[in-house]
Design a protein around this ligand. Structure first.
Ligand code: TYM
Length: 354
């Protein structure tokens, strides 16, 4: 194991192997807000998770309580939650080595969120850009208090596990800054209680853009489906989307984020999925048209997502087994989370039930 400067200082890691006790903590999660994850989730987060899971004591949650901030059909939400967990596993998150669980299975999350909400300023929460964007888009009547307090629940997710690092895409950076502020504030008021987490954002892939609108982030809730590559789409559908991706009229495959956002985005996706460097891909396609380049990328997309999709669908064929794995992992998560919550309740002076 590599030594990390921020190695864990808490002693609440049990039960677990010696390895888990000495490893620093990693925490991250995704919302089950669509039937499938999109390629931005995969490249911006999931690939990092997979690479880091063995060097850290890693916790990965499916944040179903966060997903309630959007309208949901109950049966569909249950299904999306399973589908998200299945995609984590299919993409290489090992539930026997990492703790992969569903957020609502651990009651400590909303409990700590309440406590943290009492030390969060109204103005501070109102400055979160994701809240501002969404509330402007949907209007005050549709915007719920849950959407406003969303980042506080996210802070609770992270702080319950005495997390050292949080690997995410760059749209989550501000939420992690709030989490750090809340941890420091609580520690200053009540004594050292929380580890102050660090965001880990892979600069090159921190933001994957929409294939049809390459200046907008690829997202599960994009207006047009043609710009989003879904992990669980039939590979032939994804290949077609790549072939139809917006480029420019210059005709040369080169990275220039400002003037060639479409081609640059495709180059980033290509490099991430094949583990190659962008200049090597530019060289390969020098003097060849976008058609060839897109064909190469479509092939890389099919090669990467074909097996992930097949494995996810196989796992979804046995929902009882998937539920069993999630329950077992939730037990381990709850042990760690409850230890932190107990300390918090003691520190702030709640009379404990004997
Ligand atoms: P969510 O579900 O929107 O996204 C999950 C992860 O995918 C990253 N991501 C992207 N990265 C690059 N390019 C894109 N186009 C792109 N789209 C999404 C996100 O940055 C994120 O890492 N609030 C979180 C979920 C959450 C969480 C947490 C994360 C709840 N609690 C605790 C970390 C720790 C969210 O909505 O992610």
């Amino acid at each position: 194991m590599t030594t990390r400067p921020w190695s864990s200082t808490t002693a609440s890691v049990e039960p677990g192997t010696l390895d888990q006790v000495t490893k620093a903590r990693l925490y991250s999660g995704m919302q089950p807000s669509a039937d499938s994850l999109q390629v931005g989730n995969y490249i911006g987060a999931l690939m990092q998770w997979r690479d880091l899971q063995d060097s850290y004591d890693a916790f990965f949650s499916v944040v179903d309580l966060h997903a309630l901030t959007q309208p949901n059909d109950p049966a569909e939400l249950r299904e999306k939650t399973r589908r998200t967990a299945a995609q984590y596993i299919a993409a290489g998150i090992e539930p026997s080595r990492s703790t992969l669980y569903v957020q609502s299975h651990v009651a400590a999350h909303p409990e700590l969120a309440w406590i943290l909400s009492t030390i969060t300023g109204f103005g501070e929460a109102g400055r979160m850009t994701q809240f501002k964007d969404k509330s402007q888009r949907y209007g005050a009547d549709v915007t719920s208090v849950g959407l406003f307090t969303y980042p506080i629940l996210m802070a609770a997710d992270i702080l319950l596990y005495q997390t050292n690092i949080v690997p995410v895409g760059d749209d989550q950076k501000q939420h992690i800054e709030l989490t750090r502020d809340l941890a420091e504030r609580f520690n200053a008021r009540y004594g050292e209680t929380f580890t102050v987490p660090m965001p880990v954002i892979q600069q090159d892939t921190a933001r994957i853009y929409d294939l049809q609108n390459p200046t907008a982030k690829m997202s599960k809730s994009a207006e047009s489906d043609a710009g989003t590559l879904w992990l669980l789409d039939d590979p032939s559908v994804s290949a077609k989307k790549v072939m139809r991706a917006v480029t420019d009229s210059e005709g040369s495959v080169r990275y220039d984020r400002e003037n060639k956002p479409g081609v640059s985005n495709l180059l980033v996706i290509y490099a991430a999925l094949t583990g190659r460097q962008i200049p090597a891909i530019e060289d390969e396609y020098a003097g060849r048209g976008y058609g060839d380049f897109k064909k190469g990328l479509a092939e890389a997309v099919v090669n990467e997502f074909g097996p992930v999709r097949a494995r996810a669908l196989e796992l979804l064929d046995d929902p009882a087994e998937l539920d069993r794995v999630l329950a077992k992992n939730a037990d381990r998560a709850a042990e760690v989370a409850n230890a932190t919550l107990n300390t918090v309740y003691d520190r702030i002076g709640l009379l404990r039930r004997r």
